[in-house]
Design a protein around this ligand. Sequence first.
Ligand code: FE2
Length: 239
Amino acid sequence: MIDLHCHLLPNIDDGPKTWEESLEMASIAHQDGIKGAVMTPHWIQGTNWEPKSSTVIEKVNEFNIRLLDAGIDFKVYPGMEIGITANLAEFVSSGRILTLAEGECLLLEIPFYSLPYGLEEIINSLRKIGKKAILAHPERGKEFQENPARILDFKELGALVQITAGSLCGDFGDKAKKCALEFAKMGVLDIVSSDAHSTRRRRPIVSSGLKVLEAEIGSDKIDEIIENSYNVIGLKSTT
Ligand SMILES: [Fe+2]
């Protein structure tokens, strides 16, 4: 599959600090059966984590060269994990923020406590310019944990749902796991990603989460989730 949400670029957010660590993370992902990944450093307006699009693209290009030199069969693509603000449609049109792998999808960070006011309007404004929102790890948010059916309001607006693989293994607590499984049973789950940050604590691994999920919803649904990860960046699965 393609990992659509992970922090593998060095020195850009709370991900790895060196290229060596970035390469080691890519190697771990590759061994886990992940074929490639979209780099999604945090982008939060008005903070130190507000990278320029050009910086992300340059680092991604350098990473691909380093992966080739290191003999790691792994391709990376540009993207961002975007903190929600009102002007996202304007920012994507001007190129200030990046879609995933230059496609039509934007990864929106869902806060852990309360949902941002007007999120529905923001998703609609993106839709008007031909962009699709992916909600990043809603199962880790209090609002969805308390009321998983709230996700349907966003699905109706055409948003995709991405959960963190570790949530399925209980890495983010029982409530996140329960909510992730509930989404799966409701049939609203589109994408499973690692949201990796390092080689140790939050690793670029999705297989253990997928195994938990497979026991709940069956292997056909897992194949669909894997296929979705390719579709989002406009590739066809070869597996
Ligand atoms: Fe993330």
